[in-house]
Design a protein around this ligand. Structure first.
Ligand code: ADP
Length: 492
């Protein structure tokens, strides 16, 4: 039950700057807590502005050389890292479960998913093609080259402590950028383990830096956003912090990519294959205990199948084993901390007070554990409708018509992901087109993979909703780290 490492040297407890393992200049540290046992896992440096400046300096010094390598060179480094990740996947999963709590199997899944980005962007690095544009002038050529943007500051969340880093880092490195990573305070060890694997893969010094901090995050974040040597911020986290970072980045006109909150609608029409809709809802709602920005937050079920869907869903949920992620029987781990438990509790209590019924779950377990829950009789006045729950609460709303449900589904400032189940081909195209989100799952509850573009979308007036800017993964993801340079070549 207790975690065992094949290679304990992957469990790194210092920060990583210029290929050196370092402490905070102040000597401060903070404790990292195992969400399952609430015991301290270890300490890491509590870094401040001085330390992040060091990391930025290292990334800046490394930039020219890294950017000037051939694409094939960068491809080789990334592929070496990919192999290292796969070779060490068990230890990486152990670290992930230890600091995040998700079941060991889920952690292994995340490590493998995270590795796909490293492989993908290794390959993409060799396909950063420029353009030759037909000129309006004689004896003249228009040439467009693609250049790396520069030093990138990456700020990542705790819910996917490994994959959110590989998704950003590998695209940035493939483009020729160097990076300063600021992992979530709750989950620094996954980031540090990746840094150790980067050392083993031979990455030159300064290309990858990891700065850990908890209570100094505001000033460290401000420094990343305002430091002139940082050319871009790439952030995954809450919409509130995303907006703050954008505001802070304006003084230096930094390029910024944001993957923010969601409030995904998940619609089941009465012509759907109910078994597969239940399966999709389980995957979409309860993966990472619902602590995912693309998790279904509002599940809309057409009235004639509502009761059947609800009872089948509750039946599946009753088979979950909630527990310590290292217990092989565990299917679902704890939430990240008490703040998360309190939010989920508040959402359930609010819904019940306004008339929702608990079909299963609905209560806190011990510590950071919360029973996976199915709620019926949901109405739009309940807090869950407008706030991202980020927890294991399947909230079921009844609807009558397609028109009605589309209005409900789009009635949200968020526009990240949306899902629906139907076997009517006309409806599939219609609804996929009308959902105001960046990503649509049609007859599937799983939409993430390295090949596809991940990111938030806009409404019908093409106003960006509050789920972010830019795309990660896919052939588009590298563009977020690239600048265009146009060369006008005359006198030919
Ligand atoms: P959550 O509440 O789920 O932790 P956050 O958006 O607060 O979501 O956190 C996501 C990431 O943003 C974490 O790495 C966190 O440390 C970081 N963060 C939080 N506040 C700031 C800030 N003021 N400046 C920069 N980064 C921040």
């Amino acid at each position: 039950k207790s975690p065992k490492f094949k290679d304990p040297s992957l469990f790194c407890k210092s920060a990583f700057i210029n290929n050196e393992w370092v402490n905070a200049k102040s000597g401060e540290t903070y404790s990292v807590i195992d969400p399952a046992t609430e015991n301290e896992i270890g300490k890491v440096p509590e870094m401040n502005v001085e330390d992040i400046r060091e990391a930025i300096k290292a990334a800046k010094s490394a930039f020219k050389e890294w950017a000037n390598l051939t694409a094939k060179n960068r491809h080789d480094f990334l592929l070496a890292l990919h192999s290292q990740i796969l070779e060490n996947q068990n230890d990486l999963a152990t670290i992930l479960t230890l600091e995040n709590g998700k079941s060991y199997n889920e952690s292994l899944g995340e490590i493998r998913y995270g590795a796909t980005f490293v492989e993908w962007f290794a390959q993409e690095s060799r396909r950063v093609y420029g353009d030759v544009i037909p000129s309006p002038f004689k004896n003249h050529k228009i040439i467009v080259e693609k250049q790396p943007i520069g030093v990138v500051g990456l700020i990542t969340p705790w819910n996917f402590p490994s994959a959110m880093i590989t998704r950003k880092v590998s695209a940035a490195l493939a483009a020729g950028c160097t990076v300063v990573i600021k992992p979530a305070p709750e989950t620094p060890y996954s980031a540090l383990a990746l840094a150790e694997l980067a050392v083993r893969s031979g990455f030159p010094k300064g290309v990858i830096n990891v700065v850990t901090t908890d209570k100094h995050i505001k000033e460290v974040g401000l420094e990343l956003c305002t430091n002139l040597d940082v050319k871009k911020i790439s952030f995954t986290g809450s919409s509130a912090v995303g907006k703050l970072l954008m505001e802070q980045s304006s003084s230096t006109l930094k390029n910024i990519s944001l993957e923010l909150g969601g409030n995904a609608p998940f619609i089941i029409f009465d012509d759907a294959d109910i078994d597969s809709a239940v399966e999709g809802a389980i995957a979409c709602k309860f993966r990472a205990m619902g602590q995912a920005c693309i998790a279904a937050n509002r599940i809309y079920v057409q009235s004639s199948i509502y009761a059947e869907f609800a009872s089948r869903l509750a039946d599946k949920v009753s088979g979950f084993q909630v527990g310590n992620g290292f217990d092989p029987k565990t299917t679902h781990g704890p939430l990240i901390n008490q703040r998360a438990v309190n939010k989920v509790t508040r959402h359930v209590e609010d819904a019940v007070a306004k008339g929702a019924e608990i079909l299963i779950g609905g209560t806190k377990h011990t510590g950071n554990f919360f029973y996976p829950t199915v709620l019926t009789n949901m109405t739009k006045e309940m807090v869950i409708t407008s706030e991202e729950t980020f927890g294991p609460i399947a909230a079921l709303y009844k609807f009558e018509t397609e028109d009605e449900v589309m209005k409900l589904a789009n009635d949200s400032p968020y526009g990240l992901a949306g899902y629906f189940y139907s076997r009517d081909i006309g409806r599939c195209w219609r609804v996929a087109n009308a959902l105001e989100v960046g990503m649509v799952g049609v007859n599937t509850g799983i939409i993430h993979n390295c090949e596809a573009p991940f990111g938030g979308g806009s409404d019908i007036f093409i106003n960006i909703k509050e789920s972010g800017l830019g795309r990660e993964g896919s052939k588009y993801g590298i563009d977020d780290f690239i600048d265009l340079k146009y060369v006008s070549m005359g006198g030919l």
